[in-house]
Write a protein that binds this ligand. Structure first.
Ligand code: AMP
Ligand code: ZN
Length: 114
C-alpha cells in the first residue's frame, strides 16, 4: 500500500471533501484551509512535484490548471491564487504534485522578486 497521503485519498482509503473528479484528476478541500476557499487539485497518478514531470505530462499539467480554473469558478471566486510548492525549500510538505486554489478573501501580494 502507498504511504503517500494523497495516493490514499485517490484510493479512497482516506476521507476527503471532493469537489471534482475525473479519470486522471481529483480536487478536494484542504484539511487546514488558509482562506475561505482552499482546494487542492492533484493528478491521480503519483508524481512527486512539478519538477518531476516530463514532456509527456504537458497535457495533464494543462488539465490540472483547467480544473483549477473550473473549481474556482464553481466556488464563485473572481480573484484567487493558484500555487504549487516544489521541494523542501519551496515549502512542499506532501510529496505528491498538487495545485493549491486559494481565495475568498483578499490575498497578500507575493514578496518582491526584485
Ligand atoms: P504543501 O505544503 O504544498 O505540500 O501542501 C500540502 C497541503 O496538504 C497543506 O495545505 C495541508 O493542509 C494539506 N493536507 C494534508 N493532509 C491532508 C488531507 N488528509 N486532506 C486534505 N488536505 C491535506
Ligand atoms: Zn502520491
Amino acid at each position: 500500500m502507498s504511504e503517500c497521503v494523497f495516493c490514499k485519498i485517490v484510493a479512497k482509503e482516506l476521507p476527503s471533501d471532493v469537489v471534482y473528479e475525473d479519470d486522471a484528476i481529483i480536487a478536494f478541500r484542504d484539511i487546514n484551509p488558509v482562506a475561505p476557499v482552499h482546494i487542492l487539485v492533484i493528478p491521480k497518478r503519483h508524481i512527486k512535484s512539478l519538477q518531476d514531470t516530463e514532456p509527456q505530462d504537458e497535457q495533464l499539467l494543462g488539465a490540472l490548471l483547467s480544473v483549477a480554473r473550473k473549481v474556482a469558478s464553481e466556488q464563485g471566486l473572481e480573484g484567487y491564487r493558484v500555487a504549487t510548492n516544489i521541494g523542501k525549500d519551496g515549502g512542499q510538505v506532501i510529496e505528491h504534485l498538487h495545485f493549491h486554489v486559494i481565495g475568498g478573501r483578499p490575498l497578500a501580494e507575493l514578496p518582491s522578486l526584485g
